[in-house]
Design a protein around this ligand. Structure first.
Ligand SMILES: [Zn+2]
Length: 420
């Protein structure tokens, strides 16, 4: 590891080297600590932040479509403005305390669509985490719900009023979108110049649906409707076949791997090796809303990969994190993910004194066997401290959690009244 000073000017790293000078008041002594770039969560759902500990659905789901219908499509329908705000703020705090400095989110709140992305943007900005936001367009709430979702994506992307926020164009999944809806999504996203962010082949039901509707597998169906032209972010890709993976690679698509969610929903094993071979540095890591903790996610992905093959190396898990920074950097039009001059100043200081030799070559192995969010001590985003000595700088975490508990009770109550 390199021992150096890091000079931050405004939102970026200006210089890295020995003996750099800065005004006394702006100096931060990280002597003996480890500094690394912030983590990027390549696919999450802040709307599920208040779900932890909620009562089980009236009937136990037996498969993935039932998990959606019994749980998530009742939860998202029950969301209102205050519960969206609480979800955003708690998600932001969880993220920063886990050293996650950018969240690539996929939002849904069918009873409160218009302006919902601004609610999230405001709460994330308040805590100081970067966001790449979009609204999940779907047919499941009728034409009006679909059109309102499209308008929310367009409005948010066009207005661009939040300095720490950028847009993608959200689409739920092929199996809840007819051909006309997919055409519109492809067209609008291309017009805005933003990638579509969509669940693809998460469960086998997405492939069965695509074949029923079009006679083609889901990735080919998306290509027919212009979605692949936007260099989209495809979440999961568990059931992509080799030809679809090559198609994704050829068209510049990115894939977000969400290992823990796949385990939790029993949807199958993502073809991680094939994805890494074909897409190279365009496979990112997401949490799918389980939390915003990329240590837990990448370690699970590593161990899960080892169960399949000893060819899974720790570097492949950390490589997906680097890919996430590359993807987010492209949305911001500024480089992210390295401590080098010109890169955005999103930094995490770890309380980690290695008990064995630590070098750039073996860092991934320290990561896989040692790193947890408990090591995160200080966090800077966009050149500003947002966590100091494990406490939030800009928001009161205790107050946010007290409000969230209240909102969660109300949310669960509303959810219980929505029939299966
Ligand atoms: Zn998801």
């Amino acid at each position: 590891m390199r021992r150096a000073d890091v000079l931050v000017e405004e939102d970026r790293i200006a210089e890295v080297g020995a003996g750099l000078s800065a005004p006394e008041a702006q100096r931060f002594d990280a002597e003996g600590a480890l500094v690394m770039p912030g983590n990027v969560c390549g696919h999450t759902h802040l709307y599920s932040v208040l779900a932890r500990g909620m009562p089980p659905p009236p009937r136990a789901p037996r498969n993935f479509p039932e998990i959606l219908r019994f749980i998530w499509w009742r939860l998202d329908r029950a969301l209102d403005e205050p519960s969206i705000r609480s979800s955003g703020l708690i998600g932001a705090i969880d993220a920063l305390k886990a050293g996650t400095t950018t969240l690539i989110d996929h939002h849904a709140s069918p009873s409160c669509i218009e302006g919902s992305l601004d609610l999230l943007a405001e709460e994330l900005s308040r805590a100081g985490v970067r966001g790449v936001l979009c609204y999940e367009v779907t047919d499941r709430n009728g034409r009006d719900g679909r059109d309102e979702g499209v308008r929310e994506n367009v409005r948010f992307a066009r207005e661009g009023r939040w300095p720490l926020m950028r847009a993608m164009f959200g689409a739920h999944a092929g199996f809840t979108l007819d051909d006309e809806s997919l055409d519109e999504i492809g067209r609008e996203a291309a017009g805005l110049g933003v990638p579509v962010h969509i669940h693809v082949a998460e469960d086998v039901c997405d492939q069965e649906d695509a074949i029923r509707r079009s006679g083609k597998r889901v990735t080919h169906r998306l290509q027919d409707h212009g979605v692949l032209e936007t260099q989209p972010l495809l979440a999961h890709g568990v059931h992509l076949d080799p030809e679809e993976i090559r198609l994704a690679a050829r068209t510049g698509a990115w894939v977000a791997h969400n290992c823990r969610s796949n385990l939790n929903n029993r949807v199958g094993r993502a073809p991680v090796r094939a994805l890494l071979e074909e897409l190279g540095g365009r496979v990112v890591m997401g949490t799918d809303g389980i939390d915003q903790d990329l240590f837990a996610e990448s370690r699970t992905a590593f161990f899960r990969g080892r169960e399949d093959s000893l060819e899974m190396l720790a570097d492949q898990a950390t490589g997906m994190l680097a890919a996430g920074a590359e993807l987010a950097g492209r949305r911001f039009g500024r480089p992210l993910g390295r401590i080098e001059p010109g890169y955005l100043a999103d930094l995490v200081i770890y309380d980690y004194t290695p008990p064995t030799t630590l070098t750039p070559d073996n860092l991934a192995w320290h990561w896989a066997f040692s790193f947890t969010n408990a090591l995160v001590k200080d966090v800077m985003v966009n050149g500003e401290w947002v966590v100091r000595n494990r406490s939030m700088v800009r928001v009161d975490g205790g107050e946010a959690r007290a409000q969230a508990r209240e909102q969660a009770e109300r949310l669960w109550g509303r959810m219980a009244e929505i029939p299966l």
